[in-house]
Design a protein around this ligand. Structure first.
Ligand SMILES: [Zn+2]
Length: 410
């Protein structure tokens, strides 16, 4: 694990720097930040070798102002592709190392974004999405790993990072697996999870104690629909399944070259993290499997996909209104790619697979946390009442349409 910081001085602005090279930064190399003429610092986004241009959506640099007054900085970002100009029309600035985020309107043309930023004193982040790095993941596991959940370490990555989950709900009840960060830049799911965990943890009655090994019933009083669901489901929540890729600042692939979306199962033998994760999840024989992704670009829909027509039907009426975030729901019944671990689980155990794509556009982290809390409350209220009969139907439905033709690559 290297954490080398590279700095480029903003010309004409004493004490103002653009930094990269740290964990989760993109780009990582000193060669990719250069001082150009007219006081411009050029930042070259990097897409890791072997990744499709359709994932060129990670950028993370820091802006340091060591002075006592705000200063303006002129930046030029060269994206790894010219194909997605429209998706780079907004970025995020994280003030004070990401403690507070604002969305910026930007504009890319032919793979280049020119922007001028006001940099307050201190260290701030410039990202395509609000960042959630491995340190944030460990902090989340620490915060909730003894209450209201338990922490389970399920795998060790080739670079020595632990892949962990939070377990909560009723032991022995039908199992729900929730994963995110198959693709390392897609941070929306982690913010959704943290918003929901916060609401669950905050609702704990005083004096309640956690009993280790108390198999029968772990009582957690959630604030709303989740309360009932936690009595009827056992939940395994993975805030980051691909931490090596996150640390490397990659866009799509683990450093081993494995795409943790559609290659997580077929190429698990090439990545110890993928193997341990797949073995653990298959061992759970989950009833439900939600894999969370995120769109980049000015999207006005929150996507909910499943091959299960009955689930789509049941979920549609209870999904929360998110129009204040300028979003509507799009619920789609579609076969899943055969390499998704959720699809492998469906074939083996009749698991109900679900995939979401939640865009950041127009959302701050607090909005995404609220979105996660409301979405999980709605989804869990449906899953808690799901019956085995529905589960068998799922298997039959999907077998009838068992084709990956026309499935978007994730
Ligand atoms: Zn994705």
């Amino acid at each position: 694990m290297t954490d080398k910081v590279h700095r480029a001085a903003v010309p004409g602005k004493a004490g103002v720097w653009v930094e990269t090279g740290f964990e989760n930064a993109n780009p990582q190399s000193a060669d990719d930040i250069r001082v150009r003429r007219k006081g411009v610092v050029e930042i070259r986004q990097r897409l890791e070798r072997g990744a499709s241009e359709d994932y060129a959506f990670h950028l993370h640099v820091a802006l340091a102002n060591e002075g006592r007054a705000a200063a303006a900085a002129r930046l030029r970002i060269r994206w790894a592709t010219r194909r997605h100009d429209g998706c780079y029309d907004h970025m995020y600035i994280g003030y004070d190392d990401g403690r507070e985020w604002r969305m910026l309107a930007t504009r890319a043309a032919r793979g280049v974004t020119d922007l001028e930023l006001v940099v307050p004193p201190g260290r701030h982040l410039l990202c395509l999405h609000p960042k959630f790095d491995y340190g944030d993941c460990l902090e989340m596991l620490d915060r909730y790993g003894t209450h209201p959940a338990g922490r389970i370490d399920v795998a060790m990555t080739p670079e020595g990072r632990v892949v962990s989950c939070l377990r909560l709900g009723k032991r022995g009840a039908p199992r729900l697996v929730i994963t995110t960060r198959a693709h390392p830049y897609e941070t929306a799911g982690a913010f959704c999870m943290s918003g929901w965990m916060e609401s669950i943890a905050g609702a704990r009655p005083d004096g309640e104690e956690h009993h280790e090994g108390h198999e029968e019933h772990e009582t957690i009083l959630g604030p709303s629909a989740s309360r009932a669901a936690l009595d009827r489901l056992e939940i395994f929540l993975f805030p980051m399944i691909n931490p090596d890729a996150v640390a490397a600042g990659n866009c799509c692939l683990a450093p081993t070259g494995v795409n943790f979306g559609r290659e997580l199962f077929p190429r698990r033998g090439e990545d110890a993290g993928a193997r341990g994760l797949a073995d653990f999840i298959l061992g759970l024989e989950p009833s439900f499997y939600l894999d969370m992704h995120n769109y980049t670009g000015p999207h006005l829909v929150d996507d909910f996909r499943t091959p299960d027509a009955a689930l789509a039907e049941a979920v549609r009426p209870v999904l929360p209104d998110r129009s204040r975030d300028q979003k509507t729901w799009k619920v789609t019944v579609t076969p899943f790619h055969e390499g998704y671990l959720s699809e492998v689980c469906r074939r083996r155990f009749g698991t109900v697979p679900i995939l979401t794509e939640f865009p950041w556009y127009l959302r701050r982290p607090e909005d995404m946390r609220e979105h996660g809390r409301l979405f999980f409350d709605a989804l869990l209220s449906v899953l808690a009442g799901w019956r085995e009969g529905n589960r068998r139907q799922t298997q039959m439905d999907a077998e009838k349409r068992d084709t990956t033709k026309g499935t978007k690559s994730i």
